[in-house]
Ligand binder design. Structure first.
Ligand SMILES: Cc1cc2nc3c(=O)[nH]c(=O)nc-3n(C[C@H](O)[C@H](O)[C@H](O)COP(=O)(O)O)c2cc1C
Length: 306
């Protein structure tokens, strides 16, 4: 089993969100595996200042994988062999990011235009990973009308990947339009390694729909966990307590290894999700975004009474 906690539920990698705080809270509510935000393989090798923070784990995290992005097999392999990645039991390669800055470098979802390159990347990455698991995360395809995820997944499997995640949208769809369950099902048919289905899972009903219509082995959740770490317990059918203010304060304390200013900036977006749909959320959100430092932010959080 790739996941821990005896579950098929995974927290998907999300830049700007799946920090050590979110991952730890999701794990407490029963996520079986979590992923870091995507980390540049090149940035890691060149000791980019931001990389260190992205790789920091909370003391509770035993079930977190690191996601790397890059396009060159030897650079990805060198990053995987870096000492700082040795603590991660799973290494994931990003083949789904749709952002122009990444795609124009031939990284993220652009890799899906070249299954031969996918093969070379996964082969080099798997060799470098040694005993660690090597997974890939892709989309339905790069272009709508040319959904080649089954071919890309087969190339990954042949090169040694241990699991493939498919977000059922093409690159040109970004995050809109309907998830294509059919293509996720085709990937499941195309490979023998475990497949993780991803896209629009937000509760038990959508989780069951993903599992039953595609036959996937695992399900990963991204936006459905923003401000809702309890989504994992809810899907598992377990009872849970959740208090927004307590969760926000806990999230902040789990990020205490970061400079206060960074924590305040990271938390503003997270808080907007924690309070979404709750009484007075508009006013609280405005006050949160106006806060100029951590002290001010805490005084706004203090006013939350749910
Ligand atoms: C703000 C944001 C950041 C994301 N960052 C990443 C990332 O770093 N790596 C990645 O593979 N996918 C990333 N994704 C995509 C998600 O992992 C996921 O595939 C997508 O949101 C669909 O799943 P969902 O419907 O559960 O959100 C990101 C998505 C969002 C909304």
């Amino acid at each position: 089993m790739i996941t821990y906690n005896d579950t098929d539920l995974i927290l998907a990698p999300c830049a700007g969100y799946t920090d050590a705080g979110m991952r730890t809270l999701c794990t407490r509510y029963g996520a079986g595996l979590c992923f870091t935000e995507m980390v540049s393989a090149k940035g890691l090798l060149y000791n980019n200042a931001n990389t260190e923070a992205l790789l920091t784990l909370s003391p509770e995290e035993k079930n977190t994988g690191v996601q790397l992005f890059g396009s060159e097999p030897d650079i990805l392999a060198a990053a995987i062999q870096d000492e700082r990645l040795k603590k991660f039991p799973v290494i994931d390669i990003n083949m789904g990011c749709p952002v122009p800055k990444i795609v124009t470098n031939g990284e993220g979802s652009a890799l899906m235009k070249d299954p031969d390159r996918i093969f070379r990347i996964v082969k080099a990455a798997k060799e470098a990973a040694g005993d660690r698991l090597l997974t890939v995360k892709m989309r339905a395809g790069f272009y709508s009308g040319y959904e080649n995820a089954p071919e890309c997944a087969a190339a990954s499997e042949e090169a040694g990947a241990d699991m493939v995640t498919v977000h059922g949208r093409t690159r040109d769809m970004y995050y809109s339009g309907k998830v294509d369950y059919g293509i996720i099902g085709k990937v499941k048919q195309a490979v023998k390694i475990p497949v993780c289905g991803n896209g629009d899972v937000i509760d038990r009903e959508s989780y069951l729909k993903m599992k039953e219509t595609t036959g996937v082995d695992y399900v990963s959740i991204a936006r459905g966990a923003f401000g809702r770490p309890y989504v994992f317990a809810a899907i598992r059918g377990e009872e849970y307590d959740f208090n927004v203010k307590q969760a926000i304060l806990e999230h902040i304390s789990l990020l205490s290894f970061l400079p206060e200013r960074t924590v305040a900036n990271c938390m503003k977006k997270q808080i907007a999700f924690y309070i979404k749909g709750r009484r007075g959320h508009k006013e609280i959100k405005e006050a949160v975004f106006r806060a100029s430092d951590m002290k001010e932010l805490i005084s706004v959080i203090d006013l939350i009474d749910f």
